[in-house]
Write a protein that binds this ligand. Structure first.
Ligand SMILES: [Zn+2]
Length: 216
């Protein structure tokens, strides 16, 4: 590569839409058209500027739709079953949050409810609401607002943090009680992995470019 090719691109008036700032080194680069399945890299630091996915949102939509199955398991089947001295007690994730609220820990119960059920479900349904019509070539009403809300909720949907907390609690409880993992726990792990896969395979730039047209 010659030194000239690594220089910042000029600013032609008709191609401002193609200009992008490198997230690693702040160089302004004019993105060239790249085939699907390839990357655009920064000419100065070789950082990835954009990925052009073969399936920008279809794979993500498939993961999101599949995640509905473990979601039903999480909502409807026991998460853990504890046995102490002949007493057996099973609880779902929803039941755990409600029990925390009823037993005098309303703030913790509401946090558990929001971060393990409400926000992950909001993200999941928002993905499906935005991506399913895109796959058929149309755009849902207010897709930009729904997608932005889902992206804002991402840091607060803490399925993984909750799962680690549960595993630590189970290890500590093993000395006192017998603990059985329920279908809901396996559903919870599957839901978490499918949500990560849906998020990781999503080409957000392509999604935004499609739904922004609807917003204007
Ligand atoms: Zn760079």
């Amino acid at each position: 590569m010659s030194p000239d090719s690594a220089r910042p691109a000029p600013f032609p008036e008709n191609s401002l839409e193609n200009l992008q700032i490198c997230k690693q080194c702040d160089l302004v680069v004019e993105l060239e058209p790249v085939d699907k399945g390839h990357l655009s890299v920064c000419p100065r630091c070789m950082g990835v500027m954009a990925r052009f996915h073969v399936h920008p949102f279809e794979t993500s939509l498939a993961f999101a739709l599949t995640a509905l199955v473990p979601l039903i398991a999480v909502l409807g089947t026991p998460f853990l079953t504890l046995s102490v001295g002949g007493l057996r007690e099973s609880s779902t994730v929803l039941g755990t949050a409600v029990a925390l609220i009823q037993k005098g820990f309303p703030s913790i119960g509401i946090l558990v409810l929001m971060m393990t059920l409400v926000l992950p479900m909001l993200r999941l349904f928002a993905f499906i609401y935005v991506l399913a019509p895109l796959a058929w070539g149309s755009v849902s009403p207010y897709a930009w607002l729904v997608f932005r809300t889902a992206e804002t909720a991402t840091p607060w949907a803490m399925l993984d943090v909750f799962l680690i907390g549960v595993l630590v609690a189970v290890i500590k409880l093993l000395d006192l009680a017998s603990v059985e993992a329920g279908v809901g726990l396996f559903g919870f792990v599957a839901l978490m992995l499918l949500m990560v896969a849906a998020s990781a395979t999503l080409d957000r730039e392509t999604v935004w470019s499609r739904i922004r047209r609807d917003a204007v």
